[in-house]
Design a protein around this ligand. Sequence first.
Ligand SMILES: C[S@@+](CC[C@H](N)C(=O)[O-])C[C@H]1O[C@@H](n2cnc3c(N)ncnc32)[C@H](O)[C@@H]1O
Length: 296
Amino acid sequence: MDKTHYPIMNREIVEMFAKTDRELFVDCTLGMGGHSYHILNNYENTSLIGLEIDRESLQRAKINLSKYENRVKYYNIDYMDVFQKIDFSNQKISAILVDPGISMYQLKNEDRGFSHNINSPLDMRKNQQSEEFKITAYDVINTYSEKQLTDIFLTYGEVKRAAVLSKKIIETRLFNKIDTTFKLKKLIEKILGFPVKGRSHPAARVFQALRIYVNRELEGFEDFIKKIPNYLKKGGKIALLSFHSIEDRMVKKTLNDLSDNGVIRLIKPYPMVPTDVEIKENSASAPAKLRLAEVL
Ligand SMILES: C[S@@+](CC[C@H](N)C(=O)[O-])C[C@H]1O[C@@H](n2cnc3c(N)ncnc32)[C@H](O)[C@@H]1O
């Protein structure tokens, strides 16, 4: 396993799995296979199902997990479709993990357009092969109306001065297409300013909003969470990581509803967060929140 890859809140997730029958782990967001590696390494009788929407990432995960080949089944699918595409009627799940968003591997890729720190074409699709995901960040920035842009920035990024930024984008693209991450970042800096020390760059929220929109990350997310308990064993565990407040609010609300209806028990009433030691080792973990639940 690549030593530079840090699966976020891994210790907490591995410990949670110890409190199940440890038969079947479903990793909805395989990424580089970081969490899965530790599950397979710690529990030798566990079988694992790994889902990943990004074909290139799935190939990397397969390499990283090659040692455990006969215990893993891989699927290049959207995890929101998992219960429709995989038959769990013969084996219920011991624990399920969702660690959404993108990996460092995707963020640092020079062709994908996920990072405002790397100059690349504005794409941002995780699944570049799918007919369903044809719209790129370039299409959004260069063809959407001022109102549509403002809505996206507000809904998925809670971007300050979103309307002013959208207006500037419309004016700029009349003369020059905004076709790279750096062109967009420069525009954002003109409107929203430069980063204050210790704070994230103002472009981060705009990029987050575009990524969520392009990949329809939150469409059907609550419905997906609601379905999970039906496929887990009694005592099975649900681990949901989130990286921004919009995602965490959805997770919190849906888990609370399931708990109020007596379907699950919240393992802790509040989210767990990375320790200072973890944040020091991996600063990208800082915004993470982990919510754990047990099926009743
Ligand atoms: C934060 S990374 C996961 C890292 C992983 N837990 C690890 O330790 O290596 C998120 C991964 O989930 C994938 N992903 C995001 N949304 C997905 C979806 N709807 N279905 C399947 N995979 C998805 C991304 O392509 C990315 O590789």
